[in-house]
Design a protein around this ligand. Structure first.
Ligand code: PGA
Length: 255
């Protein structure tokens, strides 16, 4: 059985106090209301990690993550943060390859492959994001785009290492736009991703790989998205900034 995960991506939002207060609300609501086995992950800006990482230790199924790390171990990289540093403050996850990092910060598949390695080396779980732009969707090239992102960014891993990875399908045209992929569109791509993983690593690894959907996921569409056979949870941007909305999405897996 693969793990169901609902992960919030706060992006560059919330000052320290706001973030800690939102996280405390989430933790309390999870304690009171979450009865399933789903994992709740919050990927905050670096500044929150130490504090919310400690709060997360008080609840079994809540974890925290970073939204990025630098690919080197340590050294003269002014302004960057390493995998071992985020691990040292209690993070368990790192989002890698988010389309905003690919588009605005020049993160190539080759850089991402290095980031994947250092992330796993420090026993952090990568949430590896893939997805096509609007043009790539409209031209019908999206299957190829997604396959290439997997091949060049993460398929260098041995099967045992790949088995530790979480994938997130995030169509770029659906991120922050209010335009969600329909459950059918999302399921079609998730099934494709699983097939590509099966061809590379075998059925067993493919069946146990958690594949999240991200892109304008909210309390009204989460249920139909997450009920698709190959969708194992969500990576939630905007709706993760409101505790009640985020919890409603988490609770889709309560049943
Ligand atoms: P969104 O963002 O839910 O605001 O569309 C998702 C993401 O970028 O991970």
């Amino acid at each position: 059985m693969r793990k169901n995960i609902v992960a919030g991506n706060w992006k560059m939002n919330l000052n320290f106090e706001e973030g800690v207060s939102l996280f405390s609300e989430i933790v309390n609501m999870v304690k009171d209301e979450v009865i399933g086995k789903q994992e709740v992950v919050v990927c905050s800006p670096f500044i929150h990690l130490n504090t919310i990482g400690k709060l997360a230790e008080t609840v079994g199924n809540v974890a925290v993550g970073a939204q990025n790390i630098y690919q080197a171990e340590s050294g003269a990289y002014t302004g960057e943060i390493s995998a071992s540093q985020v691990k040292s403050v209690g993070a368990n996850y790192v989002i890698l390859g988010h389309s905003e990092r690919r588009a605005y910060f020049g993160e190539t598949d080759a850089i991402l492959a290095e980031k994947v390695n250092v992330t796993l080396k420090h026993s952090l779980t990568p949430i590896f994001c893939i997805g096509e732009t609007k043009e790539e969707r409209e031209s019908g090239r999206f299957f190829d785009v997604i396959k290439t992102q997997l091949e060049n960014g993460i398929f260098h891993l041995e099967a045992a290492e790949f088995a530790k990875v979480v994938l997130a399908y995030e169509p770029v045209w659906a991120i922050g736009t209010g335009l969600t992929a329909s459950p059918e569109q999302a399921q079609e791509v998730h099934a494709f991703i699983r097939e590509v993983v099966a061809a590379k690593y075998g059925e067993e690894v493919a069946e146990s790989t958690t594949i999240l959907y991200g892109g304008s996921c909210n309390p009204s569409n989460a249920q139909t998205l997450f009920s698709q056979k190959d969708i194992d949870g969500g990576l939630i941007g905007g709706a993760s900034l409101k505790s009640r909305d985020f919890l409603e999405i988490v609770k889709v897996f309560n049943a």
